[in-house]
Write a protein that binds this ligand. Structure first.
Ligand code: MG
Ligand code: MG
Ligand code: MG
Length: 306
């Protein structure tokens, strides 16, 4: 059948990176030996922390695969977040936890569940197939679930995520609270990044009906530290708005300890943020109390109000 390339979305997060590694293990255990775990971008610091902790290699960095190749998509299905020639490859499987944005002209194995993390879905695949989860795989899985759910505090968290973390932490021999906080904090160290790099860590293009937007998120343990960069962030954001012809750019600076986000909103449609959250932007910014999830607390509310 030839090689199967497994990868998550561009701007990969811990879920995308670990899910490609874990899914490759799953496929091998199921007898599909010719699989390659890949990634579509650089590692963030949080993911680096996980791979260093385990002393394992990152998935192979690729930009594209040859037309006709077999691929498995993890942690995404939207063509805009995938390889450019997605239409010309053979998607064998999708394992995901996002809304469906993919259409194919052929049948495929499609497994998406409304849980907090792709790894929770893959965890269930191991269970359903009676496969053993080793310590490394368990650590990769639990890291991603903690990352995507911000230590099981995000509203995207389900009972299944909690159950998975409980069991996987035992196999991984970690205290999920301590390990998780260290891992999340490693991801908030912005010291070595330029303004442009900070803005590229976790940016997603999203349309709220007619409003063309980017919703960008950066995690921190101290909002005021990131707000020191506000002027520089804003001038680069304004450039991105004209380059990409955007109506709105939302930068969510998310406090992972207290579960709030400071938003910086720029663009002609910035007032949509005021309408959606009942806040007043002062100097382009406002505190969004309790908002941590782009998927559950930004996309639906902004779309509804657009
Ligand atoms: Mg992701
Ligand atoms: Mg995910
Ligand atoms: Mg994320």
């Amino acid at each position: 059948m030839g090689k199967t390339y497994i990868f998550g979305h561009k701007n990969p997060d811990t879920d995308s990176i670990t899910s490609s590694l874990v899914m490759a293990d799953f496929e091998r255990k199921m007898g599909n030996l010719d699989v390659v775990a890949c990634r579509l971008g650089n590692l963030n610091k949080e993911t680096e922390y996980v791979l260093n902790y385990l002393k394992i290699e990152a998935p192979k960095l690729i930009e594209s695969v040859e037309d006709g190749s077999n691929v498995i998509l993890v942690d995404h299905n939207s063509p805009s977040e995938s390889i450019d020639n997605l239409n010309d490859v053979n998607i064998l499987k999708v394992i995901d936890h996002h809304k469906v944005a993919l259409e194919t002209s052929y049948p495929l194995y499609y497994r998406a569940e409304p849980v907090g993390c792709t790894e929770t879905v893959i965890y269930k695949l191991y269970k359903e197939n009676g496969l053993e989860i080793d310590k490394t795989i368990a650590t990769l899985m639990v890291s991603a679930i903690i990352s995507d759910t911000l230590l099981l505090k995000s509203p995207t968290t389900t009972e299944e995520d909690k159950k998975a973390v409980e069991e996987l932490s035992k196999i991984a021999e970690i205290d999920s609270e301590n390990y998780g906080l260290e891992m999340l904090k490693a991801g908030t160290d912005l010291s070595s990044f330029s303004i442009d790099e900070i803005l590229h860590l976790d940016a997603k293009k999203i349309d709220f009906k007619e409003v063309k937007a980017i919703v960008d998120q950066v995690n921190t343990a101290d909002i005021s530290e990131v707000m020191k960069l506000k002027a520089d962030l804003e001038s680069r954001i304004n450039e991105i708005i004209s380059e990409e012809n955007l109506d709105l750019f939302m930068l969510l600076i998310t406090d992972i300890v207290n579960s709030n986000s400071q938003v910086i909103a720029l663009g002609n449609s910035a007032s949509l943020v005021e309408k959606a959250y009942g806040v007043k932007l002062e100097n382009n910014t406002a505190l969004l109390k309790g908002v941590v999830s782009r998927k559950k607390q930004v996309v639906p509310i902004m779309t509804e109000n657009a």
